[in-house]
Design a protein around this ligand. Structure first.
Ligand code: F0G
Length: 458
């Protein structure tokens, strides 16, 4: 098995440290066994996230030099607005500092107290913004998504029966809007099919409900549609993207992923009312409506990155590098979520560490153990991320208890991927010796970022 050939060559390098075992043990203990609290200089290969961690191209860096830092009406804003219109096809664009800025504006605008927001599957920041606006997010993803071994090609799909049943049970007036995430992060980077998007749109129209996308990883989703959905084999990615977006009233977008930049976000819509409301809010929370928290140079890099990130050759390399890591782990029988996702390989912590109860946070434990073994940084995506039930205050234990090995775009070589796979294989050989954790500090919001843990002896 070989890794994919990179459609670029390397012009600038950044040296990285590889701390020894003693140093790693100390570093993760000091970080409260939470990989978010590690110092990046103690990390050898950083697979914490694909967010804001991409390597920009020479074309993007050149764009940074023509940043127009005018407070109002920067020329880079118009370049960025045109890129969004060209690639995604929406009429109106509101810039924000990153994705959650857009979530805040969009979800607050559309949600009334006590309303429900059906979504294929929650994402942490999306859920919290909906809750802060007085709403409740309800997962309506297909059942296959909860089974790590099921290899459905579009595991991110919305279950249309569940969605319709929810609308009928609550009444359409109690539904704020329908929310669909592309390449569903918490399900393992699993795509949504074009057919499903079309059906959700139709259903939304029947009940007079708006459909809003979380289009954050839509280019990677579009690649999967081209690879897997009959009829799309020869359609250019740009056309697929525009068709996808045509089945929505608007989207929020964290440009830190598929747009190959380190910061930025936006919302886009065809709905004049949404546009006008969010545009008037953006000046309160983010900045003027022609920069929204981004510098002119950031908007230029984003404009260029959105176009580069939608190129077929790049996407093919990108998705296949992620697949390479997954295949190496599968070969060694390490339990992973199938099919392999677009941005990350997800380890099934319940199968990796079956001797640990859910209360000992198996995914958090595994993520800390991977660091201790190899200085590779990953992230928990399970019960710690899910948080507590808003009403009962109890911990929620979702079916998926995963560790995410997220691949930054254009950053690591295939040798880094092989190093990571070998380290996890070694750890899997001695998995019974891994002791669980107890949570000793829990912050109020998005606890996974700052929670602290201690080891519980076996
Ligand atoms: N929506 C999705 C699907 C995301 O994955 C993220 C961020 C956001 C919204 C929020 O965007 O970070 O720019 O404010 N995901 C990162 C991750 C944090 O690591 O998956 P943001």
């Amino acid at each position: 098995m070989n890794g994919p050939v990179e459609p670029f060559k390397i012009k600038v390098v950044e040296p990285v440290n590889r701390p020894n075992r003693e140093k790693r043990k100390l570093a993760i203990k000091e970080a409260g066994y939470n990989t978010f609290l590690l110092k990046s200089e103690d990390v050898f290969i950083d697979l914490l996230t694909d967010s804001g961690t991409s390597a920009m191209s020479d074309n993007q860096w050149a764009g940074m030099m023509i940043g127009d830092e005018a407070y109002a009406g920067s020329k880079n804003f118009y370049n960025f607005e045109n890129a969004v219109k060209d690639i995604l096809g929406y009429k109106y664009v509101v810039p924000t500092h990153q994705g959650r800025g857009a979530e805040h504006l969009m979800y607050k605008t559309l949600t009334r107290d006590g309303q429900f927001i059906p979504r294929n599957m929650y994402f942490t920041t999306s859920k919290v913004h909906v809750e802060l606006a007085g709403g409740k997010m309800m997962d309506v993803i297909i059942d296959e998504a909860h089974d790590p071994e099921n290899d459905h090609p579009f595991k991110g799909n919305v279950n249309l029966e569940k969605l319709e049943a929810l609308i009928q049970e609550k009444g359409a007036e109690k539904i704020a809007f329908i929310n669909v995430e592309m390449d569903v992060n918490m399900a393992g980077g699993q795509p949504v099919s074009m057919e499903n998007l079309r059906e959700v749109w139709k259903l939304g129209k029947e009940y007079g409900l708006k459909v809003i996308f979380d289009a954050t990883r839509s280019s990677e989703n579009a690649y999967f549609i081209r690879e897997r959905e009959p009829g799309y084999e020869n359609i250019p990615i740009n056309e697929i993207l525009r068709e996808m977006m045509s089945y929505s009233d608007g989207c929020i977008y964290s440009s830190k992923k598929d747009c190959l930049v380190n910061i930025g976000g936006f919302l886009a819509t065809n709905d004049k009312e949404i546009f006008e409301k969010t545009r008037s809010m953006v000046v309160v929370y983010e900045g003027l409506h022609t920069y929204g928290g981004m510098a002119g140079r950031d908007m230029e890099a984003l404009a260029r990155g959105l176009r580069e990130g939608a190129q077929y050759d790049y996407l093919k390399y990108r998705v296949n590098q992620v697949k390479y890591l997954g295949e190496l782990l599968k070969e060694a029988r390490v339990p992973i979520v199938q099919p392999i996702g677009g941005h990350a390989v997800f380890l099934d912590a319940l199968k990796f560490l079956p001797h640990l109860s859910r209360e000992k946070w198996p995914a958090q434990t595994l993520s800390a153990a991977i660091y201790e073994e190899s200085a590779v940084r990953s992230m928990e995506r399970g019960a710690v991320s899910k948080g507590r039930d808003k009403e009962t205050g109890e911990n929620i234990f979702p079916k998926l208890e995963l560790v995410r090995l997220t691949i930054p775009r254009r950053v690591y070589t295939n040798t880094h991927i092989e190093y990571t796979a070998n380290a996890i294989k070694n750890l899997y050989q001695k998995r019974e010796k891994i002791a669980g954790l107890k949570m000793v500090y829990e912050p109020e919001y998005l606890r996974f970022f700052q929670a602290r843990f201690e080891k519980v002896p076996l």
